[in-house]
Design a protein around this ligand. Structure first.
Ligand SMILES: C[S@@+](CC[C@H](N)C(=O)[O-])C[C@H]1O[C@@H](n2cnc3c(N)ncnc32)[C@H](O)[C@@H]1O
Length: 205
């Protein structure tokens, strides 16, 4: 089972990047948006999988492109990220979702009545699992699983050069989630052993 950490180590997004990296990342996405780039492929994938007006958690939301699109499609979106610079950018660029600063390793979102907040879908796009603190992958997956509604799913995408599939699957085996489907792209190409990217759809066992 997953070891409980009261104070998990800081994510690699913080420890393994240079000062100014967050601001650079925000500007990179603003510039791509200004150039008319399609930043919403992962969000369309999630939108196709859920019912209308679903509850969706954008976990490791960064500057908000995925949650922003899903909000515009009519879903109730919460976006969480450990990096306050990115949450500020998400709030400015994609108003509407509930953007919050949290570490996924200790995530515990609550409703006003104290009950656990639950989601029909949780999405970790853009290598989020490769940027959590080393050896906290299972811990993060467990925290996310605790926020899944009955019948809900978690979609996780990452480059296998950044996080080997074997490492991810070993972490997954330490949770009560199971692999429902694996693809090699967000535009639904089949998984194969030479794929450079993995999209994994996880459900509670
Ligand atoms: C490459 S960015 C992707 C951002 C966004 N999901 C997207 O696709 O545009 C990776 C994100 O993971 C977030 N992250 C990494 N570890 C985290 C953790 N333990 N808790 C919350 N966010 C985390 C980083 O802060 C960063 O925003």
């Amino acid at each position: 089972m997953v070891e409980v950490m009261s104070t998990p180590p800081p994510p690699r997004w913080i420890t393994d990047t240079e000062p100014g990296h967050s601001e650079w990342y925000v500007e990179r996405f603003r510039s791509m948006a200004a150039d008319g780039a399609d930043l919403f492929g992962e969000a369309r994938f999630i939108d196709a999988m859920v019912g209308r007006s679903s509850r969706i958690l954008d976990a490791g939301c960064g500057p908000g492109r995925v949650g922003g699109y899903l909000h515009s499609a009519g879903h109730e979106v919460v976006g969480v990220d450990v990096d306050p610079v990115l949450i500020e950018a998400a709030s400015a660029d994609y108003p509407g979702p509930d953007w919050q600063v949290h570490d996924l390793a200790t995530l515990d979102l609550r409703n006003d009545d104290g009950s656990r907040r639950e989601f029909d879908a949780i999405v970790c796009a853009g290598n989020v699992l490769a940027f959590v603190a080393a050896d906290t992958e299972a811990l993060v997956l467990t925290r996310l699983a605790e926020h899944l509604a009955d019948g809900g799913f978690l979609a996780v995408g990452f480059h296998v050069a950044k996080l080997p599939v074997a490492t991810f699957d070993a972490a997954l085996a330490d949770t009560d989630l199971t692999l429902d489907l694996r693809l090699s792209t967000w535009d639904v190409r089949p998984w194969h052993d030479d794929a450079d990217f993995a999209v994994s759809i996880l459900r509670r066992a």
